[in-house]
Design a protein around this ligand. Structure first.
Ligand SMILES: C[S@@+](CC[C@H](N)C(=O)[O-])C[C@H]1O[C@@H](n2cnc3c(N)ncnc32)[C@H](O)[C@@H]1O
Length: 416
């Protein structure tokens, strides 16, 4: 396989204690694009079928002929799923991970040359943490392999069992959930070059999506020689929760400034009043309760409200466990078309979000978007436009000024 010419301005290097990493060879300003990477393979979430194009992940005009013919080159991937779906009919239900791996296997079979998604790293060389896997992960991978055999054995030649185990482990720690501007899940994809980015809870870049391309933009000034860090996780949560998630999925302990200083933890686990009345044990017990509640919490607004009531004598409204429940409650209200309820919860979440998340955050932008659209739907146009303007200011940096999300939002604000 031919050597790649690499990516201008970006070097791969050995990052002490973190394996391979990426660093810049020139300065980048806030909002500047460092590089982009087309998906090596991707699958559209089943819920998005009919709304988003399966081939390019854009909200497209499905009726136009150019749309159909423009995507003809992806026929082999379409055929792979289409055949299997026809055979299984209503019983077709492989997980997104299984569908993605099936597509990767199909592509690997025919790949002779380095793909444009692998300028720095070949898919087969992605980190898999095979030696760190516990039984639970191993069983999960075995279940995925069983699913792969069940749904695709008539349509695909599989590599051996060990190679499949490696592939699923690699996807587990390098797969990307593709999200739209409101952070709704569009699908699952793999971007080998982006998989070289290490994590920090104080990231200096954000990864966003433009169709099936991932783009890496600076959200802090980055100086020549500095490593590029993205965040793998939701940064709202306090250090203990972040550490658990990073260990559980990615097998490392983060040593970033925020994990060392825990400077935002007090703010995040804000209690009603810091007095002797609320002891450390009480706070610890409540943290444990909230963590369990988050695990158990499904879709019931009643349970959500109950847990907010239970926490409110101790936790402030801006405490992240209360915020988590309110955010869920907002989602449930939206689902139930209770827009006033959704606005009520959204307003409680919005202000603390702007304090607890970094300034350029997809989570803040998506909340402003949701709230703006809600206000406008409820005939509160000027409040809505002002929220959308705040979303726009962040999106111009993280998505880029020429992104369709940005141009569409501007049209929406003009009422077009
Ligand atoms: C998506 S890969 C990133 C590239 C990886 N370093 C490599 O060599 O392939 C994720 C893995 O990188 C390592 N990693 C990422 N961020 C790290 C950090 N802040 N500290 C230590 N290890 C890290 C962990 O092994 C993690 O599972």
């Amino acid at each position: 396989m031919v050597e790649s010419e690499g990516i201008a301005g970006i070097d791969q290097f050995d990052s002490p204690g973190k394996g391979r990493g990426l660093r810049v060879s020139r300065a980048y300003g806030v909002g500047e694009l460092l590089f982009s990477c087309p998906a090596y393979s991707y699958v559209l979430s089943v819920n998005e079928r009919g709304f988003i194009c399966e081939q390019c992940f854009t909200r497209s005009d499905f009726s136009s002929s150019s749309f159909f013919f423009g995507h003809k080159k992806n026929w082999p991937m379409h055929k792979l799923e289409c055949h299997a779906m026809c055979v299984f009919g209503e019983n077709w239900c492989p997980s997104e991970t299984v569908r993605l791996v099936a597509r990767i296997i199909a592509r690997l079979r025919h790949q002779r040359e380095r793909s444009p998604s692998e300028k720095l790293l070949l898919l087969r060389d992605m980190e898999g943490h095979m030696d760190d896997m516990d039984n639970e992960k191993r069983e999960m991978n075995e279940a995925h392999i069983a699913g792969l055999h069940h749904f695709y054995s008539k349509h695909l030649d599989f590599p051996d069992h060990q190679a499949l185990l490696t592939l699923f482990s690699q996807i587990h720690c390098n797969g990307f959930t593709v999200e739209d501007e409101e952070l709704s899940n569009l699908g699952l994809a793999v971007f080998p070059d982006i998989a070289l980015l290490n994590h920090s809870c104080c990231p200096n870049v954000i990864v966003t999506y433009r169709g099936i391309n991932a783009e890496v933009r600076a959200v802090q000034e980055i100086h020549p020689g500095q490593e590029i860090y993205t965040s793998y996780i939701d940064l709202l949560y306090p250090t203990e929760d972040r550490i658990e998630r990073l260990r559980g999925v990615y097998y490392f302990s983060c040593d970033c400034k925020e994990c060392k200083t825990k400077s935002m933890d007090m703010e995040k686990i804000k209690v009603r009043k810091l007095s002797d009345e609320i002891g450390q044990k009480e706070i610890r017990d409540m943290v444990r309760y909230a963590q369990n509640a988050m695990e158990d919490f499904r879709r019931l607004l009643e349970m959500c409200e109950l847990s907010i009531d239970k926490m409110s004598p101790v936790f402030d409204d801006a405490n992240i466990y209360v915020l988590h429940m309110m955010y869920q409650a907002m989602g449930i209200c939206l689902f139930m078309e209770n827009y006033d309820g959704a606005v009520r919860y959204g307003e409680k979440v919005m202000k603390p979000y702007t304090v607890l998340y970094p300034a350029f955050s997809l989570n803040i932008a998506s909340m402003y978007l949701k709230m703006g659209r809600l206000y406008i739907a409820l005939d509160r146009k000027s409040t809505g436009i002002s929220a959308l303007q705040k979303a726009l200011a962040i999106m111009e940096v993280v998505h880029g000024k020429d992104h369709t999300y940005v141009t569409e939002l501007k049209q929406e604000m003009r009422g077009e």
